[in-house]
Design a protein around this ligand. Structure first.
Ligand code: ADP
Length: 342
């Protein structure tokens, strides 16, 4: 062993004193590593697993939406980036579901419209074919009888043909008005009108005809000093004609069709009441539908097209009014129109 200077010996002593300290520090660092590292690794493992699981759920939800299950949603967990991805996914799925629901409702409406168009065309051609076939049949029979036709037979045939021509005319007028109403081109000319006077005039003009034809009396009772109502006079007359014609058609000889006009709760009320056969409860909800004719009307061969009441409803509603019906089999029917006062 060599000899050391005094300074060297002092340094060696200081170094010797440091060794245990460094050993202590090293041991403590080792202890800290052993205590902290395993839990950190475990925590990191679980965090990664949770994130992977949430992303996998999102991927499955996306596939389910793509397959058409628009109601699919994921549970938002936590507040990290994956959680905001989850809530964005839910918002997107919600918007997609709403849009798909709207599209499907529109598609159903178009399908229904096309079906009702087809039905309407079929009904129109059927309804038009009947009077045309009757007129044709009578003309052919007249032609085949040559010159030996009694005036009585001729009158009979021409009466039938005239009746069928008028029926066709009514039907075409009603169809034309309904078609215009449907495309919003009814062109109502609404002005303040004295409804009482209009109803009285209509009744005065047609009562003698119905009495002569069917022995049904058409009467009217109008309350005095009624306020004016904004209506299209011509359309209102069309409504009244349809209701009175129906009343007379379904009332046996000796019966009455009574019209009344009165004021009621800020509305003007027109009623058309008959003492006829009435309408069966099962028919009541349908009588406003196009071409609907009650079974009893068909069985009794009461002529009609099934368009009259559809038109009444469309016209009254176009004038911002309402129309309703009450009826009892064997007692009669009462149609009530309510129109807002000016
Ligand atoms: P129609 O041209 O067949 O009379 P409407 O639409 O005017 O067509 O009426 C539909 C159906 O409602 C009629 O076929 C009839 O069965 C019934 N109806 C309408 N008004 C009356 C009434 N006043 N009394 C009894 N039944 C009626």
């Amino acid at each position: 062993m060599g000899t050391y200077t005094l300074e060297e010996r002092a340094s060696l002593r200081a170094l010797n004193n440091l060794v245990p300290l460094m050993v202590i520090v090293l041991v403590m660092m080792l202890l800290i590593l052993v205590a902290v590292l395993p839990p950190a690794i475990v925590l990191a493992y679980f965090a990664a697993r949770r994130t992977t699981r949430r992303i996998k759920t999102l991927a499955e939800a996306t596939a389910s939406v793509r397959a058409g299950s628009y109601e699919t949603r994921v549970q938002v967990q936590g507040e990290d980036e994956v959680a905001s991805l989850q809530s964005d996914f839910n918002a997107m799925a919600e918007a997609l579901q709403d849009t798909m629901a709207e599209l499907s409702a529109e598609r159903d409406a178009v399908t229904q419209l096309l079906a009702s168009r087809r039905e309407l065309m079929a009904s129109i051609s059927h309804e038009l074919r009947t009077p045309v076939a009757i007129i044709n049949g009578h003309l052919e029979s007249l032609q085949s009888r040559g010159e030996v036709i009694s005036s009585e037979a001729l009158n009979h045939d021409t009466d039938i043909m005239l009746g069928e021509t008028q029926r066709l005319q009514h039907m075409l007028d009603d169809l034309f008005t309904l078609a215009r109403a449907e495309v919003g081109q009814l062109d109502l000319n609404r002005q303040p009108v004295d409804i009482g006077a209009v109803v009285e005039n209509v009744v005065r003009a047609i009562a003698p005809i119905y009495w002569q034809k069917q022995r049904v009396e058409v009467v009217v009772d109008v309350q005095q000093d009624l306020p004016a109502v904004m209506v299209d006079r011509v359309r209102l007359e069309q409504v009244l004609h349809n209701l009175i014609r129906n009343g007379v058609r379904h009332t046996p000889p000796g019966g009455i069709v009574a019209l009344s006009v009165c004021d009621g709760d800020g509305q003007l009320m027109i009623q058309v009441k008959d003492t006829g056969q009435g309408i069966a409860p099962e028919d009541l909800p349908h009588i406003w539908e196009r071409f609907y004719r009650a079974e009893s009307a068909r069985q009794q061969d009461i002529r009609g097209s099934g368009l009259g009441l559809t038109l009444v409803k469309d016209l009254v509603e176009a004038m911002e009014g309402t129309v309703s019906v009450e009826s009892q089999i064997g007692q009669g029917s009462r149609f009530t129109i309510q129109l807002p006062v000016v």
